[in-house]
Design a protein around this ligand. Sequence first.
Ligand code: ZN
Ligand code: ZN
Length: 312
Amino acid sequence: MPAAFPRLVASPLGESSLTSELRRDPLSGRTVVIAPGRARRPGAVRPRIETPTQEELDTCPFCAGREHMTPPETLRLPEHGAGGWQVRVVPNLYPAFERQEVAIHSPRHVRSFAELGDGEVELVAEAWRVRARAARDEGFPYVHAAINEGRLAGASLAHSHSQLVWLRDEPPAVIQEGDAEAAVCEMLKQIQHQSGPAEFEVQRARDVLAFCPPAGRVPYEVLITNPGAKEGDAYESEGLRLGLIVLRDVVRRLRAVEGPVPWNAWVHAGNHLHIELVPRLTVFAGVELGAGIYVNTLAPEEAAARLRNAPT
Ligand SMILES: [Zn+2]
Ligand SMILES: [Zn+2]
């Protein structure tokens, strides 16, 4: 196995002036090649979130006034009051799993999580908490919450929403992480040992830290975590609410740097709550899918500097 970051192995991959570095991620165990020279190759794709069509605006089933187009809701927030809903949760019409729900983030046709206000993000966190509790009561102890933004990231509808997949066991990615708390701790120590904490840091809000993991698999990958927290249930924790607000801010930064790019984000609710943000500026190909080695064309320390200096 390659040495864990920061003991890097330099391995030139045919670039005349730029060498690539092999890094290992302590949290996932994944191997990543940091290869900035690859970004310059001709023909590299630049995925974008498409602009809305009139049809999208006329037919969006998640907009207020079109509630009849979704299955009956399992939750609306606020639950009472004359002002109408802010967040709705409905069963997924095309589920891949036994139970799969969609949380609609706003009655307005908001196309990015970045456009949500603090109060709206807090209601999303509350909706996830209430539905995770319902899932647990019905025999699904683990809920996988994920946001896909942009068609190239798997979103079939543009209106901002999240998926809540009810699972009877922890998913493989969380099992593989094992003791996530120890791994995150190790990563933070490595970062500080290497270069001081600021180099990989993107944003800090109270105890919540957003940083680019040194062995991020894609450009601008960000990990959001509360390093000191001893979480019980992730969905019941204060860290989730703060973490989602930081995620919103980081997506704003990402859009300031790169424009409206597609991305995925998810909660890992194992023994240590964290949120992973994976922008989809590059396409996984034969090396990533076949060898299980990710080729990242932007050094995470450079990505962090760009995001840190961008406005929210
Ligand atoms: Zn809509
Ligand atoms: Zn994770």
